[in-house]
Design a protein around this ligand. Structure first.
Ligand code: ADP
Length: 545
C-alpha cells in the first residue's frame, strides 16, 4: 500500500476500484481502463443487443432488455404486440437503475404502465428486463451463482474461469411473481447485501448449507439428482466467453486511448464477477457482470444490539482466496520472462520438443526468484523462506519439490483461447472496432470525428453514385447526434464506437440487401479489410519507389 504516493515501479499493481493511474509505464495492472463503464447495466445491455441482432440464437442467454427512458415507447409497443399475439402471456419485468448495485432501487412490475416515471427515471437511467419467473430452486429457495472470471489479456484474448463459485440464496421460499408478492425482496432478489438483513439468513461454516454456499455443493446435489452437470458447465463456459466477446470491442477502444500502442505502458488483467441465474431446465442466464466483485472473506455479526464483529466466512475464504492466489500465479511476471527466454532459446537452436509452455500446467514450472516469489511465498504461507525457493529452470532433477508444488492445483481453468475455434466466428464487432480504432487518428481519443469517418468511407471505397459523400455526412451527423443525445458521454464530441457500429450495420444492410445481418456485416468487413490491405500494399510500394 502506498498511502502517500508510489515511489518505485512495481511488477503488479493491485488497484482497489478501477484503472486510474496514468503514471504507470510497465508491469501489470489488475484493472482494464473503461471496464467499470463497459459492464454498467445499460452498456452491457446495449452490447448484448448488438450481439443478439447479429446472432439471435447464440445470445439468447441474456434476458430481453430495454433502456429507460429512451426506449420506453419501444418497450410499451413490443410488450403490447407480444401480448396481442399471445394473450395467455403474463410477463413480469424487473427494473434496475443503471450503475446500481446490491439490489439498490430494483423493483418488479407486471405492466409497462407500472414504471415509476416520477423524478428518478429522468435523472437516473435504468434497464427494464424480462424477469425469469421459473428459476431453479434448491430447498424451495431462489439462488444465483457468482462466478469469478479472469480476463488475463485482451489482445490476444485470454480468459480463465474459476472452477468453484458462490451460490447466494434468498431467505423466503420462492413463489412465481404475483401482484401480491412482487415487492417481497427476500423472495425475489438473491443479493447477499439484502438478505443478510432477513431474520432467516443462515451463516454456515459448511459449504452446502446456509444462505451462502459453494457452487460445487449445488453441482453435487444436482448431479445426485441425475442432472447433466457437464452440459451445465459447458453452457456456463460458453455464456462467459460470449459475454466477454460482446465486451471486448468497447474495452479495446478504452485501452488504446489510455495505453496507446507504441508507448511504454502497463499490461492489464482483471477479475470479473459473473452473476448467473439457473432456470428450472438448468439453462444459465446472465444477470450482470461486476467489474469490482467483493473479495471480502469475512462477514459482520451482531454480537449484541449495536455491537458488530467481523467473523471469518469459510465459504467465501475457500472460493476467493483460491481466485486471488491463482490470479497471482498466472500473472507472475517471472514466469513470462522464463517463457520469453525459453521461446528465444527454442528459436535459436530450432528445438521445440516436449509440450509447449501453454500446454504445461502453469504451476509445473517451479517458482522463480525476485519480487513475485516473495509475493507468492507470503500468500501461500507454506514455504519457509523465500531464499529456499529454487529459481526457475535451475532446479536439479532430484531437488526437493518447489514450494509451488505444495500449492493446490489451479482453480482457474483456461477457456480461451482453448475453445477459440468454437467462438471466433462471433467476433465480428471486434473487427468493426478495429476499423474504428484505425480511423480514430488522434491518440487518446475514443470518438471518431467527421473527417475520420469520411476517410474511412474513402479508403474503403464505399461511396459511389448511389451513396454520395454528402449522404455520408448526413449518415454521420444523424447517428452521432442521436447517440450523443442519449447523454452517455459528453466529455468528447464525435462518433462513439456504438454509433460507428450502427453506421457500419446500416452500410452493410444497404450494400448486401438479401443476406441475414451477420452475413451482411461479414461481407462488408471483408470488403473493407481487403481494400485497406490493398491500399496499404500500394503505399508500401510507393514508399519503396
Ligand atoms: P444489482 O447489481 O443491484 O445486484 P442485479 O442485476 O444483480 O443488480 O439484480 C439483483 C438481483 O435481482 C439478482 O441477484 C437476481 O436475484 C435478481 N434478478 C435480476 N435480474 C433478474 C431477472 N432478469 N430475472 C430474475 N431475477 C433477476
Amino acid at each position: 500500500q502506498f498511502p502517500f504516493g508510489r515511489r518505485l515501479p512495481c511488477d503488479i499493481y493491485w488497484h482497489g476500484v478501477s484503472f486510474h493511474d496514468s503514471n504507470i509505464f510497465s508491469g501489470q495492472v489488475n484493472k482494464f481502463p473503461g471496464m467499470t463503464e463497459t459492464v454498467r447495466k445499460i452498456t452491457l445491455s446495449r452490447a448484448m443487443r448488438t450481439m443478439r441482432d447479429l446472432f439471435p440464437l447464440e445470445y439468447n442467454f441474456y434476458p430481453r432488455s430495454w433502456i429507460l427512458p429512451e426506449e420506453l415507447p419501444l418497450f410499451v409497443a413490443e410488450v403490447r404486440t407480444m401480448k396481442d399475439s399471445n394473450p395467455s402471456w403474463k410477463p413480469t419485468f424487473i427494473v434496475k437503475p443503471d450503475g446500481g448495485c446490491q439490489g439498490d432501487g430494483i423493483y418488479l412490475i407486471k405492466d409497462p404502465s407500472d414504471i415509476r416515471l416520477t423524478g428518478s427515471i429522468q435523472s437516473r437511467p435504468a434497464v427494464v428486463q424480462e424477469y425469469i419467473c421459473k428459476p431453479l430452486l434448491v430447498d424451495k429457495l431462489k439462488f444465483d451463482i457468482r462466478l469469478y472470471v479472469l480476463l488475463k489479456s485482451l489482445e490476444p484474448l485470454e480468459i480463465y474461469i474459476a472452477k468453484d463459485g458462490l451460490s447466494r440464496f434468498c431467505t423466503e421460499p420462492y413463489q412465481e411473481p404475483t401482484l401480491k408478492n412482487l415487492h417481497q425482496v427476500f423472495m425475489h432478489l438473491t443479493n447477499y447485501s439484502l438478505n443478510i438483513h432477513s431474520g432467516n439468513f443462515i451463516h454456515s461454516a459448511s459449504a452446502n448449507t446456509g444462505s451462502k454456499r459453494t457452487f460445487s455443493s449445488i453441482l453435487c446435489r444436482l448431479s445426485s439428482r441425475g442432472a447433466d452437470v457437464k452440459k451445465l458447465w459447458s453452457d456456463i463456459i460458453s455464456l462467459v466467453i460470449k459475454t466477454i466477446i460482446a465486451l471486448t470491442p468497447e474495452l479495446k477502444v478504452y485501452y488504446q486511448s489510455d495505453i496507446p500502442a507504441g508507448k511504454p505502458g502497463p499490461t492489464c488483467f482483471q477479475i470479473l464477477g459473473f452473476d448467473i441465474l439457473l432456470m428450472k431446465d438448468l439453462k444459465p442466464v446472465l444477470l450482470e457482470v461486476n467489474a469490482n466483485p467483493s473479495m471480502r472473506i469475512e462477514h459482520e455479526q451482531e454480537l449484541s444490539p449495536g455491537v458488530f464483529e467481523n467473523v471469518p466466512s469459510p465459504v467465501d475464504e475457500k472460493v476467493k482466496v483460491a481466485v486471488i492466489r491463482d490470479t497471482l500465479r498466472l500473472m507472475d511476471p517471472q514466469k513470462k520472462k522464463r517463457k520469453d527466454t525459453q521461446l528465444r532459446c527454442q528459436g535459436q537452436d530450432g528445438l521445440s520438443s516436449g509440450p509447449s509452455q501453454a500446454e504445461v500446467s502453469p504451476w509445473q514450472d517451479g517458482l522463480s526468484s525476485g519480487p513475485s516469489q516473495l509475493t507468492l511465498c507470503v500468500l501461500c504461507r507454506r514455504c519457509q523462506s523465500p531464499e529456499q525457493a529454487p529459481g526457475a529452470g535451475e532446479e536439479p532433477p532430484d531437488a526437493a519439490p518447489s514450494p509451488e508444488a505444495a500449492l493446490p492445483s489451479l482453480c482457474l481453468k483456461q477457456v480461451f483461447p482453448k475453445y477459440a475455434r468454437h467462438f471466433s466466428y462471433l467476433r465480428l464487432v471486434d473487427r468493426v472496432a478495429a476499423l474504428f480504432i484505425r480511423f480514430l487518428g488522434v491518440k487518446g481519443t475514443t470518438k471518431l470525428g467527421p473527417t475520420g469517418f469520411r476517410t474511412f468511407i474513402r479508403n474503403c471505397k464505399l461511396s459511389n453514385s448511389n451513396f454520395s459523400m454528402a449522404a455520408v455526412d448526413i449518415l454521420y451527423i444523424d447517428i452521432t447526434r442521436r447517440w450523443n443525445s442519449m447523454g452517455i458521454d459528453h466529455k468528447e464530441s464525435g462518433m462513439c464506437l456504438q454509433a460507428f457500429v450502427e453506421a457500419f450495420f446500416c452500410l452493410a444492410q444497404k450494400k448486401y440487401k438479401a443476406l441475414p445481418l451477420h452475413k451482411q456485416v461479414l461481407s462488408l468487413l471483408e470488403l473493407c479489410e481487403c481494400r485497406l490491405a490493398a491500399l496499404h500494399g500500394k503505399r508500401l510500394v510507393w514508399g519503396c519507389g
